[in-house]
Design a protein around this ligand. Structure first.
Ligand code: BG6
Length: 368
């Protein structure tokens, strides 16, 4: 049951700190070593991997896009990320040294299932990241890392997304550890930060009131754009997807660097643009996005800015500024996605739509 919440999605958003903590539980030991029980691929097999391809659909695909930044950085293994529905039909290059990572909350998504069947026919190894014990995708995979998110009822994925990210981080760090590519201290440091992330997510949830108000004031919006750089780019895609799914508002996510190559032509007076800003501790990225915000604001956009605690450089250019707790950039999606989820759900509710059961969508799509 909804346990006092208006919708399941609201409940599931609130459960995110616990869901992430549960996904980490028992996998990180005190010495900064990782243990993944369901990793039925030997260390030798994992050391032999020369390429990773992540396949997934919808929100899970966005988790994969974020995973690429983390896994490549930590392991130096090239990572491709592909929509499961595209992968299979383009004759992808797969060998026995390719690791295919399938991300699926339900474990039953037909597009993703077909993708892993194809990968296994080509003798690639398949690792599933899944929330549903004993479902088809993990059963047909060589290894599985379960996300311990608990049941997700809302059609639009929230806690499943954060736990998918968590599992992707664990897999990346595990591979780094096994392959010995990065010194152990980095693995150890990130593991500590990851263990602290549930508290940061809880803190983010405590700050939601202004986002709710903002969303409710935007029922007249016809289009909303989302911009980000680095992991902020997939977050922008996810923010836009949520708004389409729930509020039926036209929304698009762009890489902020692409603005000048096209999307800036869309900017007009009062167009709402949500911008996810990386930490000022990454000055190269940060400076660039600040100038992107200035560019769109100069053209009349209404800027809704999500930035890290203490980042006030962006304040003069933000019509609305929301701060999230500090986390290293690769982990920032764990906190910065939360306001995007709440924004979409509140706006949908304000428009009178059923947040848990959006029109035309199904929780798990078992046809291709
Ligand atoms: C969709 C759902 O159709 O399937 C999305 O509506 C979800 O929310 C996508 O992200 C993928 O689902 P799964 O179960 O494979 O993660």
């Amino acid at each position: 049951e909804k346990g006092g919440y208006d919708w399941f999605m609201q409940k599931e958003i609130a459960e995110q700190p616990q869901a992430v903590a549960d996904t980490l539980l028992g996998r990180v030991n005190g010495q900064g070593r990782l243990k993944l029980d369901e990793m039925r691929l030997s260390e030798d097999e994992l050391r032999a991997i020369t390429k990773i391809i992540v396949v997934a659909c919808g929100t899970a695909y966005h988790a994969g896009l974020i995973a690429k930044y983390a896994i490549e950085h930590w392991t130096r293994v090239p990572v491709e990320v592909e929509l499961a529905s595209e992968f299979r039909y383009r004759d992808p290059i797969l060998t026995k040294d390719t690791l295919v990572i399938a991300i699926s909350q339900s474990g039953e998504t037909m597009d993703t299932l077909m993708a892993i069947r194809h990968a296994r026919e080509q003798h690639s190894r398949v690792l599933a990241i899944c929330n549903t014990n004993g479902s088809t995708i993990p059963r047909e995979s060589d290894a599985v890392v379960y996300t311990h998110g608990g049941p997700e009822i809302g059609v639009a994925s929230t806690k499943a997304f954060l736990t998918q990210l968590t599992a992707c981080y664990l897999v990346g760090l595990y591979l780094a550890q096994v392959r010995g590519v990065k010194f152990n201290d980095e693995v150890e440091e990130v593991l500590t930060q990851l263990s602290d992330s549930p508290a940061a997510i809880a803190e983010t949830l405590n700050r939601m009131e202004p986002i709710r108000k903002l969303a409710r004031s935007m029922v007249g919006a016809r289009t909303v754009l989302f911009l980000g750089r680095h992991v902020g780019y997939p977050m922008a895609l996810e923010g836009a997807l949520k708004l389409k799914e729930l509020a039926y508002i036209h929304a698009e996510g762009f890489a902020a660097g692409e603005l000048k190559h096209g999307p800036i032509a869309l900017i007009e007076q009062d167009l709402p643009v949500v911008v996810v800003v990386p930490s000022p501790k990454r000055p190269l990225l940060h400076d660039k996005i600040v100038s992107n915000i200035q560019e769109i604001r100069a053209r009349g956009a209404k800027t809704i800015v999500i930035a890290e605690d203490g980042d006030d450089v962006v304040a003069p250019y933000a019509d609305f500024l929301f701060h999230v707790p500090e986390l290293p950039i690769l982990l920032q999606p764990l906190v910065a996605t939360v306001p995007l989820q709440v924004f979409a759900a509140e706006l949908a509710d304000a428009l009178g739509y059923d947040v848990d059961q959006p029109r035309n969508l199904a929780k798990s799509v078992t046809v291709e």
